[in-house]
Design a protein around this ligand. Sequence first.
Ligand code: SF4
Ligand code: SF4
Length: 410
Amino acid sequence: MTEQQKANGHVQTVSVDDEPTTGVEGSQDVTAELCALAPIGLLAELTHRCPLQCGYCSNPIELERVANELTTEEWCSVMRQAGEMGVLQIHLSGGEPCVRKDLEEIVSAASEAGLYTNLITAAVTLKRERLEGLVKRGLDHVQISFQDVDPENAEHIGGYPGATQKKLDVAGWVTEMGVPLTVNAPIHRKNIKSVPAYVDLAIKLGAQRLEIAHAQYYGWAFLNRAALIPTYEDTLASIEFVEEARERLKGVLTIDMVVPDYYAKRPKPCMGGWAKGFMNVTPAGKVLPCHAAESIPELEFDNVRTRKLRDIWLDGSAFNAFRGTSWMKEPCRSCAFKDIDYGGCRCQAMAMTGDPRNTDPACALSPYHAEMVNFAKEEASKPPTEFLYRNPRNAAKALKAKEETLLPAE
Ligand code: SF4
Ligand code: SF4
């Protein structure tokens, strides 16, 4: 792939030299149509292992076992296939991607496939020499999450003493090496007052981008939402601050914001539309249209171990389940916004209404909207509670509790 193609990202047509992939059949050319339809981004969840234990984590409660993780060669094949089908950006995430000892080989494979390679890391185990090695292999961008700006609170939220200084060190090395840095600020009740301090931190660190991401309630965050939902007033104040800071810091810092659904009037176009521009590969190789899609029980997911990535993207049943707008029910079906927000989030519709085809209750036109807003306001008005740390021990407890609630009463 040429530098031009790499810089622009997208490739209009590519002839694929179909290297065999484990358990996958034969060769074909990728058509211009496929490239035009190819997802912009692929989130590669390399592992669910993580030294931190954040209660707002969107990973599923049932964390994937190490023994089930894709091998080095399988991940490298995913990178090559992604490059061939016209994906632009690869986001190496987890869990904590740096716990994979083969991260170097995966980064090399991604870079050789012409992918813009972004490492999303908690940064507490990353050493300078390793970062230098990754950059030499083609790492293009680093995103570091800070659980708060205040070290004590941050380390309480992440359950990892000494984390802040390690993150600050890594952020310094990233910018010293001339690699673009994004500061990730996952926002919830326990740190929402720090939004202005996050802006100061991002500027001090020389970050190009700050992502103010209000928690989305999937996985562990859904389990812990009573402890995480901020008040309406604090939420509004944080949004107003960000809007003002964006104007003030134009040309200095880009601030992206994921707004909290529970107090919204219109839903976000979740993933930019189901199966429209994004795919997610889990540590064990399942390919999902969004990272929370496994919460929809009726969906079946293909695996890169048995099917080519491009076939899954084009023909996978989970990808086609809510692609476009033909699956919609009212009020979305006849709404003027249906091609703009795609009816919001399927996983949230599932979680809050029991039917993924329903309008996302974040929309004021949903019959469930008032219930959702009232629930959020009520939870936020209660005294703060502690959340359940995300770790394998608590996962076992949470799954056991869930099983017991499903057992018929004696
Ligand atoms: S949110 Fe926290 S626990 Fe979850 S993967 Fe990121 S750093 Fe690890
Ligand atoms: S009714 Fe559906 S399409 Fe219309 S604004 Fe609400 S979520 Fe979007």
